[in-house]
Design a protein around this ligand. Structure first.
Ligand code: NAD
Length: 356
């Protein structure tokens, strides 16, 4: 099949492109605007692969997207392009409304017109896969409850509200126009090529530079962590085997508090890259004022995708995190230019600002 991946130069999108080229026969067209978060350096290993090509375009440009859909004879759209950082959405929500809501609307419009021109058989097999987040479900108490596909939407941040809005548009394009859509809602990802403003790479890289390790509030907020390559496999299954009109929750059954994540990274670095003089990395932990609207807990019930599509994660949190820490130690050529440009003059996250 010919698969269009939007946002394929980002963290998860690049993992999807690498996975599809490395493990399937599908042709991959990566469409990305290359915002501060997009990085073609994450795609070096497939840039000359015969089944891969990159097109720089903005999903808000409906004409450009329509042309790409036609020229590449697309069978499946995997839509990952988004503004994705919650702290930035608090400081500047407009870009989130523009890309996540308007951009998804433009992409849906282009995809619908493309789909309507396909033969009946190809229409049947076409999929528009919208990649979303568990953050649309809002805040869970510390009581063992889980997000299922039927949990009501209750987003707390401009980021999650914009993702929730786009999920609703996608569902409406199925109900109203018959476009064969599938939606996946995934928990927090981590792994190689993760932009250094996000918690796990920020902590690893600050630690290596002997800088404070910022933790919001008391560090009690809980997230359900999934290794990015496990998510990429789940996304391929949802896009190619998911039932139109359905949504699938994806998560690692790996609940950890932010403080425990930071402490685990510190312990791993203590043995892999010891500090001078026998000091411990955990001594660098610095608690900062909490983020407004900070949801306490996210946790996914992934039994539907496990049962219906046969997916299970391959990594535990400890094995995935060990691979991630090792990758950042081995790949300064990827992250050093990003760290030294301080995100090309973009806003720092609130946790970093609190320390700067
Ligand atoms: P990311 O910020 O690393 O990458 C986003 C990519 O989209 C970048 O390459 C960027 O250049 C591109 N992009 C942004 N605006 C664009 C536009 N207007 N047109 C074309 N390209 C544009 O994000 P990520 O962490 O890889 O997340 C990918 C998707 O997965 C997002 O939709 C996000 O909501 C969702 N998601 C992320 C997580 C997570 O933990 N990171 C969890 C669940 C779901």
């Amino acid at each position: 099949m010919n698969i269009l991946v939007t946002g394929g130069a980002g963290f998860i999108g690049s993992a999807v492109c690498r996975h599809l080229c490395g493990n399937t026969e599908h042709r991959v067209v990566n469409v990305d605007k290359l915002t501060y978060a997009g990085n073609l350096g994450s795609l070096r290993q497939i840039e000359n692969h015969p089944n891969y090509c990159f097109v720089r375009a903005d999903i808000c440009d409906e004409h450009a997207i329509s042309r790409i859909l036609g020229e590449h004879d697309i069978d499946v759209v995997m839509h990952l392009a988004a503004e994705s950082h919650v702290d930035r959405s608090i400081d500047g929500p407009a870009a989130f409304v523009e890309t996540n809501i308007v951009g998804t609307f433009k992409l849906l419009s282009a995809a619908l017109a493309h789909w309507q021109n396909l033969s009946a058989e190809r229409q049947e097999n076409f999929r528009f896969h919208h990649v979303s987040t568990d953050e649309v479900f809002g805040d869970l108490p510390f009581d063992g409850s889980l997000f299922t596909e039927d949990t009501a939407y209750a987003p707390s941040s401009p980021y999650s509200a914009s993702k929730a809005a786009s999920d609703h548009l996608v569902r409406a394009w199925h109900e109203t126009y018959g476009l064969p859509v599938v939606v996946s809602n995934c928990s927090n990802n981590y792994g190689p090529f993760h932009f250094p403003e996000k918690l796990i790479p920020l902590i690893i890289l600050n630690a290596l530079e002997e800088k404070p390790l910022p933790v919001y509030g008391t560090g009690a907020n809980v997230r359900d962590w999934l290794f990015v390559d496990d998510h990429a496999r789940a996304l391929e299954l949802v896009a190619t085997k998911g039932r139109p009109g359905e949504s699938y929750n994806v998560g690692g059954r790996c609940e950890r508090s932010n403080l425990s994540v930071v402490e685990t990274i510190c312990r791993m670095l203590d043995s892999l890259w010891p500090r001078r003089g026998g000091a411990r990395y955990r001594d660098l932990i610095a608690f900062v004022a909490d983020r407004p609207g900070h949801d306490r807990r996210y946790a996914i019930d992934a039994s539907k995708i496990e049962r219906d599509l046969g997916w299970t994660p391959a990594e535990t949190f400890e094995t995935g995190l060990a691979k991630t820490v090792r990758w950042y130690l081995d790949n300064p050529r990827w992250w050093e230019p990003i760290r030294s440009s301080r995100y090309a003059g973009q806003r720092l996250g609130a946790a970093e600002k609190a320390l700067s």
